[in-house]
Design a protein around this ligand. Structure first.
Ligand SMILES: [Mn+2]
Length: 262
């Protein structure tokens, strides 16, 4: 039985973010993801407590998201900013009682060669993992598919695992987003089974529209059971855009025999 958590950037967007905590709890969720808590940490900590929700995951500071940035761990000119971001993330994790932080590594910079980007990412992530380990926090690295985010530095699970090999930290693990895997690589269940020992978090959406399970080409009833069978006991984040209302988009959970509050 998968342990499901609601991503509050994707679900319940019918209401402002501060009201999505109540909406998630009312739909039976006991756990949520919150990609970008910075600037509102105290407010969100209060909302989590008020609604009996556990925060499963948030992201390292991603830079200017609206301008298209998706992290900057690969940027040798921004090491200080990266280090400062780790401290902000640690403080947020402490207040939000969260033990997983996801790193988006960033989009390639044309003026920098592959080796410089790779080595910078390895050094930064090694530093991040070491700082997070002191607080018992897992660092995650998430590949984003190249169709949605052209130029993203880590676009496949294979590349993410190579990067994690070079980082060489026990608490640095793969974030396996089935949607990105399907769009970029395919072969979701076999790929998952091969790397399950290194997976620290899972996310789902159907493909190619990134709506709820049952709207696309992925058989999530089978995929989620296969993830279970592979031995994964962690959380599964619902990171999809509902095709209609969020409430309606959750019907697959019961249909497949699962529960939001697992
Ligand atoms: Mn994701």
């Amino acid at each position: 039985m998968p342990k499901l958590c609601a991503n509050l950037s994707f679900l319940f967007t019918e209401v402002p973010l501060e009201q999505r905590f109540a909406a998630a709890a009312a739909s039976g969720f006991r756990a949520v993801e919150l990609p970008d808590p910075y600037g509102h940490v105290e407010e969100y900590a209060g909302l989590l407590r008020e609604h009996g929700l556990q925060l499963i995951l948030f992201n390292l500071p991603m830079g200017d998201f609206a301008a298209g940035e998706r992290g900057f761990a690969l940027d040798p000119t921004r090491r200080e900013e990266f280090h400062a971001g780790i401290e902000r993330a640690l403080e947020a994790a402490r207040r939000l009682r969260c033990t997983r932080i996801n790193a988006l590594v960033g989009i390639r910079k044309a003026e920098l060669d592959e080796r410089t980007l790779w080595e910078t990412a390895v050094e930064n992530l090694r530093y991040a993992a070491a700082r997070l380990r002191e607080s018992g926090i897992t660092l995650l690295v998430e590949p984003l598919n190249a169709l949605d985010t052209p130029g993203f530095f880590i676009e496949t699970t294979a590349r993410a695992l190579r990067l994690l090999d070079d980082v060489g930290a026990e608490n640095a693990r793969l974030q396996f987003d089935c949607y990105h895997v399907q769009r970029g690589e395919g072969n979701v269940t076999a790929r998952f089974a091969r790397c399950v020992a290194r997976v620290g978090h899972v996310q789902i959406a159907d493909s190619p529209e990134r709506h709820q399970p049952g709207t696309g080409e992925l058989a999530y009833e089978r995929i989620l059971r296969a993830i279970d069978t592979a031995g994964y006991a962690g959380w599964v984040g619902l990171e999809y855009r509902p095709s209609g209302s969020t409430r309606e988009s959750l019907s697959w959970i019961e249909e497949y025999g699962f529960t939001a509050g697992a």
